[in-house]
Design a protein around this ligand. Structure first.
Ligand SMILES: [Zn+2]
Length: 83
C-alpha cells in the first residue's frame, strides 16, 4: 500500500460529507473514493459519517439533522465501536 500524506486525510475528511451528498464533481469524487479505498483511518471516519446519514435519512428524510442529533449519534457509534 502506498504511503498517504497526512494532509490528504484532512482534505478527504473535510470533503466526506460533500462526497456523501454527491456534491463533488466526478474527478473529486474519484479522488476521495480512491483515498478511502487505501486509507483505513479515513474509512473509519467515513463509515461513521455514512452511518449518521443513513440513520438521519431513516428518521427524518426531509429535514437536516440538528447538530445535537449528529453529535449524539456520533457518540453512540463511537461508544458502540469501543464496545
Ligand atoms: Zn486518509
Amino acid at each position: 500500500m502506498r504511503r498517504l500524506a497526512e494532509q490528504d486525510c484532512s482534505v478527504v475528511l473535510q470533503r466526506v460529507t460533500a462526497f456523501l451528498d454527491h456534491e463533488l464533481d466526478g474527478a473529486s469524487t474519484e479522488v476521495i473514493r480512491l483515498h478511502l479505498e487505501a486509507c483505513e483511518r479515513c474509512v473509519e471516519d467515513f463509515d461513521a459519517e455514512h452511518a449518521i446519514k443513513q440513520l438521519v435519512n431513516r428518521c427524518c428524510p426531509e429535514e437536516k439533522a440538528p447538530q445535537q442529533l449528529r453529535v449524539s449519534i456520533m457518540t453512540s457509534i463511537t461508544t458502540w465501536r469501543r464496545g
